[in-house]
Design a protein around this ligand. Structure first.
Ligand code: FMN
Ligand code: 7N5
Length: 390
């Protein structure tokens, strides 16, 4: 590779390769892993790959509009940053850098409960940018209530309750690495708390994060708690982690504002289906009453189009944002978002869609396609070649 010009990634897979080189093993493994055998991790990519897009021709696309409105928020395109914990492991500015990049790119950022910059620091860094707050429900309801109210006070415009994590999925690399939050970092939303246990993971034999969750998160979380949550905040509530039509229907009955179809980036129940394969049934379950978003495995502009064609209003993206952050901080996150935006724009044009309303269900074709045996085969050819050169 030439030493004069720094290598500029042209897709998010290449960002991952560079990030892997920069990050400590414990951080990279934590970010990249799925649960158990990582079947679902493969499926999240394969399922998109099995869907093809059939373009229409001779359509004037000289004027294209890819902007979107997600829960009343104008966005440059239908893209939301998914909540990912502990972003300072990727870059010293952590969540603040991600929030600034999101604001500049006019996309929504979702802040994790387990962030390494606080709710208020992130709000201050990007006051104009649209922000959602992701909630993990602690056994201690006062703590939970306080998190939500701080987010409301700081100007976040929705609460995203994660409903697929009553326990932590077993990510085997984290068990091997005895994952713990690096000493110089804390869970910043709890630094004012008298209870130091909430501020850090403990050194344990196995994943420190799994131990943290087992002791502090509420495994009894159920539908009644959504009713409770509605009594402590005026913010719209989204449920993140729904895969089933009946759950989607129930979500509309308890009055949530939206659903995120997610398998948590394949980090919770291994063998749960790819989200793109569940999307249509979830959309059916909500009967047009509330918007549906999708995450897990979105890596290309074409993936965004496939999700929209099957009924999503937008997508959320997790790991690629962390790779951009690790490679070049705020600027790296901006470049990753720009890759998604420009691919989406180009692919819409090639499909014959001047606007999002022109994306139609019948443009998606499912192909009968044999499954490659190794996850490595999922890496596009150029990524593989790069990896062997680096
Ligand atoms: C490193 C990492 C940390 C995550 N932390 C959280 C979290 O704190 N809260 C949450 O609801 N989801 C969390 N998720 C799940 C993401 O919000 C999202 O569902 C997932 O990353 C989407 O899949 P993708 O990474 O393939 O885009 C995390 C995912 C990763 C990879
Ligand atoms: C609840 C665990 C912490 C963050 C997370 O959701 C993840 O690592 O996937």
């Amino acid at each position: 590779m030439s030493s004069e010009r720094p290598f500029e990634p042209v897709n998010v897979y290449e960002y991952e390769i560079l990030a892997k080189q920069k990050l400590p093993k414990m951080a990279y493994d934590y970010y990249a892993s799925g649960a158990d055998d990582q079947y679902t991790l493969e499926d999240n990519i394969l399922a998109f790959r099995k869907l093809r897009l059939r373009p229409r021709v001779l359509i004037d696309i000289s004027v294209q509009d890819i902007s979107a409105n997600i829960l009343g928020i104008p966005c440059s395109f239908p893209f939301v940053i998914a909540p990912t914990a502990m972003q300072k492991m990727a870059h010293p500015e952590g969540e603040v850098a991600v929030a600034r990049a999101a604001a500049k790119s006019k996309v929504i950022m979702t802040l994790s409960s387990l962030s390494t910059c606080s709710i208020e620091e992130v709000a201050k860094a990007a006051p104009q940018g649209p922000k959602w707050f992701q909630l993990y429900v602690y056994r201690d309801r006062e703590i939970t209530k306080r998190l939500v109210q701080r987010a409301e006070q700081a100007g976040y415009s929705a609460v995203v309750v994660t409903v697929d994590t009553p326990k932590l999925g077993r990510r085997e690399a984290d068990v091997h690495n005895k994952f713990e939050l690096p000493q110089h970092l804390t869970f910043a939303n709890f630094v004012d708390s008298a209870d130091v246990d909430r501020q850090r993971t403990k050194k344990v034999d196995g994943s420190g994060l799994a131990a943290y969750i087992a002791s502090l998160f509420d495994p009894s979380l159920s539908w009644k708690d959504i009713h409770w949550l509605k009594t402590v905040t005026k913010l719209p509530i989204l449920l993140k982690g729904v895969l089933d039509e009946k759950d989607a229907e129930r979500a509309t009955q308890v009055g949530v504002a939206g659903i995120i179809v997610s398998n948590h980036g394949a980090r919770q129940l291994d063998s749960s289906p790819a989200t793109i394969d569940c999307l249509e049934s979830v959309v059916k379950g909500v009967r047009g009453k509330i918007p549906v978003l999708l995450d897990s495995g979105v890596r290309r502009g074409t993936d965004i189009i496939k999700a929209l064609a099957l009924g999503a209003q937008g997508v959320c993206v997790g790991r690629p944002i962390l790779w951009g952050l690790a490679v070049a901080g705020e600027e790296g996150v901006r470049r990753v978002i720009e890759l998604f935006r420009s691919e989406f724009d180009l692919d819409m044009g090639l499909l014959g869609c001047p606007s999002i309303a022109d994306i139609r269900r019948d443009m998606v074709v499912k192909v009968d396609w044999s499954i490659p045996s190794k996850a490595n085969n999922l890496m596009p050819a150029r990524g593989k070649e790069l990896r062997s050169n680096l």
